[in-house]
Design a protein around this ligand. Structure first.
Ligand SMILES: Nc1ncnc2c1ncn2[C@@H]1O[C@H](COP(=O)(O)OP(=O)(O)OP(=O)(O)O)[C@@H](O)[C@H]1O
Ligand SMILES: [Mg+2]
Length: 252
């Protein structure tokens, strides 16, 4: 196994909605390791804590107990902006502001380093399968799948080491979803990116490969390699064959 890029070490998270209320436990003693260049897909019922766990990996959410190690360092020792550049989050609904695709690709913190020349922007678009003339396009006129690919290109321009994907295709129609799936799986190989994804789409899970982590009520029920058929938990086998997970795991 390669060096770990993420080591999630006994993570627990509680929310106390009001001061006098009992705390609600959202994540319960979650541990896993993701090797560099590896992929891990989080699956489980709605409300089981998948998005929360994903957001613990770049400090958009702080756990109550436990530690996330990234590249051998406690993530609390990174500047949060530097951490979020290295560990980029792609959400279900792409967020672009008004202006051209080029304007959206150039956006970054004032002091952020990097090459944002037209040639580099075009190269980033090419990596997500888009032609250079998209740079001049008004971002509000793009399809959902094009918008999602622009958000991925924007993350790539900042040279991330890892991508966190939170249902990146669930707001898209099947052809656009497939294009985004192809883009992500190609990038994983081409850039050696490490990926943690939440998805209900078996096609994306299969294309990413790696392992599946099954989360139920904040607890890890199973972690299985999907590259070794036969080893998988029967519930996960059924999911990979295109079925749904128990307990209403698949949202409609
Ligand atoms: N800031 C918060 N304060 C209180 N409770 C929260 C907060 N954020 C999330 N929760 C609760 O934590 C639980 C897990 O939420 P999370 O969004 O991680 O689930 P999920 O597995 O991603 O679900 P889905 O598949 O529906 O996206 C839910 O019960 C949610 O209501
Ligand atoms: Mg979620």
């Amino acid at each position: 196994m390669n060096d770990p890029i993420f080591h999630v070490d006994h993570l627990s998270l509680e929310y106390r909605r009001h001061r006098r209320q009992f705390a609600v436990s959202i994540l319960k003693d979650v541990s896993f390791i993701l090797e560099r260049g590896g992929a891990l897909t989080l699956v489980g019922p709605s409300g089981s804590g998948k998005s929360t766990l994903l957001r613990c990996l770049n400090r958009l959410v702080e756990p109550t107990l436990g530690t996330v190690w990234f590249e051998g360092r406690d993530i609390r020792s990174f500047d949060p902006r530097d951490l979020r550049r290295r560990v980029a989050l792609v959400m279900q609904t792409p967020v672009l502001f008004e202006g051209t695709v080029g304007d959206n690709l150039r956006v970054r913190p004032a002091d952020a380093p990097g090459d944002f020349s037209a040639a580099r922007l075009e190269a980033a678009l090419a990596e997500v399968g888009m032609e250079p003339d998209f740079l001049q396009r008004d971002s509000t006129t793009l399809s959902g799948g094009e918008k999602q690919r622009v958000t991925i290109a924007r993350a790539l321009l900042r040279d991330p080491q890892a991508l966190l994907l939170d249902e990146p295709t669930s707001a898209l129609d099947p052809p656009n979803a497939l294009l985004v799936v192809e883009t992500i799986s190609r990038l994983r190989v081409a850039r050696g990116l490490s990926i943690v994804a939440v998805t209900h789409q078996p096609e994306l899970v299969r294309r990413l490969g790696g392992r599946l982590l099954y989360l139920v009520k904040g607890r890890v029920e199973a972690i299985e390699s999907i590259d070794e058929p036969g080893a998988a938990d029967t519930r996960l086998q059924a999911f990979l064959a295109g079925g749904s997970l128990p307990e209403g795991a698949r949202r409609t």
